[in-house]
Ligand binder design. Structure first.
Ligand SMILES: [Zn+2]
Length: 90
């Protein structure tokens, strides 16, 4: 079972988190329509290490940047992207 170490809540089951997307799948704001189509639908999806955007939806609500191996699910880094919700119970 994949477990993710939230910097605010500690190590929790993956079921508490939502995978949002790989960071390289985030569309630049100034992309042309043709570049947006290419970026969203024709990008590589290689096996291996990937920087990903996750959210601790069943915990503190924090947005997290994970460096995760897509085959082994090993997590090399978890970084925060802002503070958790004020109403979070953890
Ligand atoms: Zn958390």
């Amino acid at each position: 079972m994949l477990r993710i170490a939230c910097p605010y809540c500690g190590r929790r089951a993956q079921a508490e988190f939502v995978f949002e997307r790989a960071l390289d799948a985030i569309l630049p704001l100034d992309a042309t329509p043709a570049a947006a189509v290419e970026h969203l639908f024709a990008r590589d999806n290689p096996k291996g290490w990937s920087w990903e955007l996750w959210r601790h939806t069943a915990g503190c609500g924090a947005w997290l940047r994970l460096h995760r191996h897509t085959v082994t699910h090993q997590i090399a880094a978890v970084e925060t992207l802002g503070a958790p919700r004020q109403d979070a119970g953890g």
